[in-house]
Design a protein around this ligand. Structure first.
Ligand SMILES: *Cc1c(COP(=O)(O)O)cnc(C)c1O
Length: 380
């Protein structure tokens, strides 16, 4: 069955007692037991097991074509969950433009516990591989990255991981499982911030972990229950609802983003556009191979530097100045002062995040309305 069919039907059969077609929100912390030590159908306590969360977990596994899905209370909780496969002394090899919160987990949570992270440019598989040491256990990448939308070759990295007996984990938040399925390309596990495209409506914070590896699943599942960063039934339901429309949202947002990227690339006030769908993108060919579409995120640089960014932001009427992405409403983010403010100016410059850089998350508004808003705001 195709993606959109699975996203609507799996784990979401009508509820047997009443026939309710939408999975009920089992807003309960506990369950009556049939006798001592005899929880009905295994339901004993909602941190461990909840039917609404189970429906979400099964749907998450399906859309990523994995055997097992686990839902978490946030994307970073899912990230910490995935890293439970490591022990003190192990090393991570990570792409050098991971999400800031992931970098903080590596540096401030794992490093003090004896798990070291080395960084490299994951868009260059050969050079990235030089970062592998005898202590490396896990490769962590995002593709496309934030905010410069650089790609990593998932199939090549999976091959590399297998040669060295490492796990390859892909944070697939920016692409979404509709546009890219890392497990099909050989990755061992996938992480999502469901806050973004999977939820899709800027109304819930959540995370997901998906794998087909039984041992990895059992470790992360044990952690999920033991550490308890689980989403509540209501939040699980919101992500489940978002998932059902993921395909139509991604198709529409991708088409609008492609159009806007072309408009921006031709605009005299714009210096440079970063969008994997443009032939000018250095990894356009890889994007065509690895992704089903090029996504709803665009970054671009303005000729007039920071003053031009301020003028743009003050004139835009539809693009909302906000962190986050992947919702129905278009957002504009200024990475140097928002998502990447924690980096020193030198570190930002080293990564190519200049003071004239703007990031857009293209929503579901009419593409011509979005174009008119941008073009009007970009006038000299
Ligand atoms: C937002 C985000 C996260 C963190 O997710 P939260 O839901 O905010 O905890 C992780 N990775 C990427 C790529 C993100 O954009």
């Amino acid at each position: 069955m195709e993606f959109e069919t699975l996203a609507i039907h799996d784990g979401q059969a009508p509820e047997p007692r009443t026939g309710a077609v939408s999975v009920p929100i089992y807003q309960t912390s506990t369950y009556e037991q049939d006798g001592i030590g005899r929880p009905r159908l295994g339901y004993d306590y909602s941190r461990s097991i909840n039917p609404t969360r189970q429906a979400l977990e099964s749907a998450l596994a399906l859309v990523e074509n994995g055997k097992h899905g686990l839902a978490f209370a946030s994307g970073v909780a899912a990230t910490v969950g995935a890293l439970q496969v490591l022990k003190p002394g192990d090393q991570i090899l990570a792409g050098n433009d991971s999400y800031g919160g992931t970098y903080r987990v590596f540096e401030r949570i794992l490093r003090p516990w004896g798990v070291d992270t080395r960084y490299g440019d994951a868009s260059d598989t050969g050079r990235f591989a030089e970062g592998i040491t005898p202590a490396t256990r896990l490769i962590w990448i995002e593709t496309p990255t934030n905010p410069l939308l650089k790609l990593a070759d998932i199939a090549a990295l999976a091959k590399l991981a297998n040669q060295h007996h490492l796990l390859l984990v892909v944070d697939n938040t920016f692409a979404s499982p509709y546009l890219q399925q890392p497990l099909n390309l050989g990755a061992h596990a996938v992480v999502h911030s469901t806050t973004k495209y999977l939820g899709g409506h800027s109304d819930v914070v959540g995370g997901a972990f998906i794998t087909s590896d039984q041992a990895v699943y059992e470790t992360v599942k044990y952690y999920q229950n033991a550490a308890g960063a689980v989403p509540g039934p209501w939040d699980s339901w919101l992500v489940l609802r978002g998932l059902k429309t993921l395909k139509v949202r991604m198709c529409e947002q991708t088409a609008s983003a492609m159009h806007l990227a072309q408009v921006l690339e031709k605009h005299p006030s714009v210096n440079r556009v970063y969008y994997p769908g443009l032939p000018s993108h250095p990894q356009h060919e890889l994007a065509k191979r690895q992704m089903r579409g090029f996504g709803g995120m665009i970054s671009f640089e303005l000729k007039g530097g920071f003053p031009a960014v301020e003028r743009l932001v003050s004139r835009l009427k539809l693009f909302v100045l906000a962190e986050s992405l992947g919702g129905v409403e278009s957002l504009l983010c200024y990475p140097p002062r928002m998502t990447h403010a924690a980096l020193s100016p030198e570190e930002r410059a080293r990564r190519g995040i200049h003071d004239n850089l703007v990031r857009l998350s293209v929503g579901l508004e009419n593409a011509s309305d979005l174009e008119a808003d941008l073009v009007n705001a970009l006038k000299e």
